[in-house]
Design a protein around this ligand. Structure first.
Ligand SMILES: *Cc1c(COP(=O)(O)O)cnc(C)c1O
Length: 438
């Protein structure tokens, strides 16, 4: 596999990230280490926001924070004036700790608990994306009990499912999320809420997939949702003010990936909505989007120290690193592909074929199945690219491995954003046995 992009390298032949020697970062903070280059995150955030400005469309760009959530990352998104999607009390609490403006927090999830909804209501967050009839009931009762006003979107399944290179429309989408748009569920949900005194329906939401490289799925979904909103306007004289089209914009993990410029996805979905609205007396709604991966994915790099090597003659050579599925489960979970380099051998020729293995007790714990690298030695630093989304946020303590540290870099500056877990951290929830032996 070839390198994704020409990487910055210093005079020692070391990989630079955000202007900083990655080998020095590994020395300073230890490995495994997640390094985020904030300049790329800011560039993406501004790209989305400016595209809406150029199109003269009211918008919110919400960071889908399940991709990577931490206090410091939320503060970056706050600096960039993004909105924030959370999906649990834990993410919401992190946002509150980060001082996130509550009116720009949106709460998702297909099974929000009463306690989670209450936390959201008590903090007057901007919007709750309601997923099902049970949630409507919970929310109505809580709003009445606590005498609160609540803004909501209805999440619908539009019968469009987008994949990397194609999309499918299904009469009835088999999804655990949302109200079906086509079989009448969405209309029933609308009837349940649109006259409510405390629940304020802003509009509709959908999220059609992830790591998508084409705009057609977004366009078809946008059309279906806006048509439903126009129909409700015609039939009930109800004006929805928000159309949320979710996230899923693809990024380039390897040379085989061909994502579009982020602005292209936005432009094409906005055109569909504008055109359909233009034929009616329905007021143009705000367009909200929810990028996760495309904001933080390629801004993240994982650094590992290479340890043991095992050769299976005539089959392959395994290089083992000091992390694995415990800090990046995507290869084991969905066969995700990544590219990597040896950060301290950037000027050496790549001529050895390797499989990169993790250190977890699972044969499936491989990070990269096939990669060509310079000849590796123990102590070399492996830099694996594009690990910023769904890496740390899906990390576990499997095998009681401590979760890595996370460092932010930007234009030669650096800071620790999440400290490495210690052995003490690993036992701090454990309680000693008190039951007597029989
Ligand atoms: C996961 C998710 C996103 C973000 O998806 P990406 O592929 O990371 O952009 C956006 N909206 C919802 C509702 C999601 O569940």
């Amino acid at each position: 596999m070839v390198m994704v992009a020409k990487q910055a390298v210093n005079e020692k032949g070391h990989l630079l990230i955000g202007g900083i020697d990655s080998v020095e970062l590994a020395k300073t903070y230890g490995t495994p280490l997640f390094v985020y280059d904030l300049s790329l995150i800011r560039e993406r955030a501004r790209g989305f926001i400016n595209t809406f400005k150029e199109l003269n469309v009211q918008a919110q760009v919400a960071y889908a924070s399940k991709a990577f959530s931490s206090v410091a990352m939320y503060q970056v998104m706050k600096q960039e004036n993004l909105s924030l999607d959370v999906v649990s009390a834990g993410e919401l609490y992190t946002a509150i700790k980060a001082g996130y403006p509550v009116d720009r927090i949106h709460f998702h999830g297909n099974n929000k608990s009463k306690e989670e909804l209450l936390l959201a209501i008590e903090h007057n967050i901007g919007c709750i994306v309601v997923d099902n009839f049970y949630e409507i009931e919970l929310l109505k009762n809580l709003a009445a009990e606590h005498d609160k006003q609540v803004n909501i979107l209805l999440r619908v399944t539009p019968g469009v499912e987008a994949h990397t290179h194609d999309y499918i429309t299904t009469g009835q989408q088999d999804s655990k999320f949302g109200f079906d748009l086509l079989n009448g569920q969405a209309d029933r949900a609308f009837q349940d809420v649109y006259k409510d005194k405390r629940i304020h329906l802003l509009g509709l939401h959908c999220h059609i997939g992830s790591q998508i490289f084409e705009t057609i799925g977004f366009k078809v979904a946008a059309e279906k949702l806006i048509k439903k909103m126009i129909a409700w306007h015609n039939d009930f004289n109800f004006q929805c003010t928000v159309l949320n089209l979710g996230g899923g914009f693809g990024i380039k993990y390897t040379e085989e990936d061909t994502p579009l410029e982020p602005s292209v996805y936005v432009k094409e979905m906005v055109i569909v909505v504008k055109d359909l609205v233009a034929e009616t007396n329905f007021a143009m709604p705000e367009i909200w989007i929810e990028p996760g991966r495309s904001l933080v994915g390629d801004a993240g790099t994982s650094l590992y120290t290479i340890g043991s090597e095992k050769e299976v003659p005539d089959v392959r050579k395994y290089l083992a690193v000091d992390g694995g599925m415990s800090d990046n489960i995507r290869p084991a979970l969905y066969g995700a592909l990544y590219d990597a380099v040896i950060a301290n051998k950037m000027n050496k020729e790549s001529k050895e074929e390797y499989t990169i293995a993790g250190k977890c007790c699972e044969s499936g714990d491989k990070l990269i199945e096939h990669i060509t690298l310079p000849k590796a030695d123990p102590g070399d630093i492996l830099a694996m690219f594009c690990t910023g989304a769904y890496g740390y946020s899906m990390a576990s303590n499997y095998n009681r491995l401590a979760r890595p540290a996370v460092v932010f870099v930007e234009k030669g500056n650096q800071q620790l954003a999440i400290r490495r877990e210690t052995l003490e951290d690993l036992v701090h929830l454990d309680l000693p046995l008190t039951l007597e032996k029989e």
